[in-house]
Design a protein around this ligand. Structure first.
Ligand code: BTN
Length: 290
């Protein structure tokens, strides 16, 4: 049951608050809809900082249009009308150094929901959902953690210097190209896809939001049984086994993506045989071995 209702508004596909609440999802306990917003990520973080009474686990913010949508690595995220742009405040019972588990779990949840809809999307490490042919991006995920209200970079979180402190909250942002044409995003056609381009029709708002919230909730409940999530991630991914180029912190690494680490990092085998674990970076799939 909803704990509180914050605002009235219309958003993706004409969704209204009561309709979203009617799903009864634990990830939509508090629902805030905006017709237009700078970034749902910022709105959700602002709510989360007010504390768990005001913004409990499952505070959902959806925007019809985002004027300042953000992606990973500080990039802009084009968010015209027709996409599902949403952020959820999570308060998982995990230690800060386990924060890196959220992105892979969310990617598995989104991936399963897309397959349920008939879109055979695969996960590109760490946070993209791609469709073939051509590996076009249909969805991006942005998980931002906070301890004592201070944002924490995933690399630092897994490096062990956080002891066993608990996370305050994670803001999980999901940008799903739904009822729009890839050309609306201002990206080259070969880079982007949408549910419309893949299914040849628009999806009903609840047809998408229902499975999405339910699959996300199921995967996020498995954060403490993470090995099972990783198995599903491996089954859904399109990165492992491939030669890749990774840009991170100003350096470029080339090698073969061989596995996930126990906390969801990418294990890269370098040409000299050395193995490195990555928790951040931009991965490019290569056609040939480096
Ligand atoms: C990426 O692939 O770089 C992640 C993109 C995440 C975009 C979503 S849209 C909803 C939420 N609000 C934002 O400003 N960003 C995320």
């Amino acid at each position: 049951m909803p704990v509180a209702n914050l605002e009235y508004g219309l958003t993706f596909g004409g969704l209204d608050r009561e309709t979203v609440e009617s799903l009864g999802s634990p990830l939509a306990r508090v629902v805030e809809l905006h017709d237009e917003v700078a970034s749902t990520q910022e709105v959700a973080r602002g709510l989360a900082r007010r504390g768990r009474e005001r913004a409990p686990h499952g505070t959902l913010v959806v925007g019809g249009v985002q004027t300042g949508g953000r992606g990973r690595l500080g990039r802009a995220w084009g968010s015209p009308r027709g996409g599902l742009w949403m952020s959820i405040v999570l308060r998982p019972e995990i230690r800060a150094e386990e924060a890196s588990r959220v992105t892979p779990s969310a990617a598995v949840g989104v991936g399963k929901a897309l397959w349920e809809l008939g879109v055979e999307a695969r996960i590109k490490w760490p946070n993209d959902l791609l469709v073939e042919p051509g590996g076009r991006k249909v969805c991006g995920i942005l998980a931002e953690s906070s301890i004592e209200n201070v944002p924490v970079a995933s690399k630092r979180a897994v490096s062990g210097d956080l002891g066993d402190r608990r996370l305050d909250f994670v803001v999980l942002g999901i940008g799903l190209n739904a009822n729009l044409d890839p050309g609306d995003l201002g990206l080259p056609e070969h880079e982007a896809a949408s549910l419309r381009s893949e299914l040849g029709r628009d999806v009903e708002p609840l047809e998408l939001l229902g499975p999405l919230l339910s699959r996300l909730d199921a995967e996020l409940r498995r954060l403490t049984d993470f090995e099972a999530v990783l198995d599903d991630w491996r089954a859904l991914n399109c990165t492992l086994g491939r030669p890749v180029k990774v840009q991170r912190f100003g350096e470029t690494l080339e090698g073969r993506a061989v596995d996930l680490s126990p906390e969801g990092g990418l294990v890269l085998a370098l040409p000299g045989g050395e193995r490195v674990e990555l928790y951040e970076g931009e991965v490019e799939h290569l056609r040939r071995e480096p």
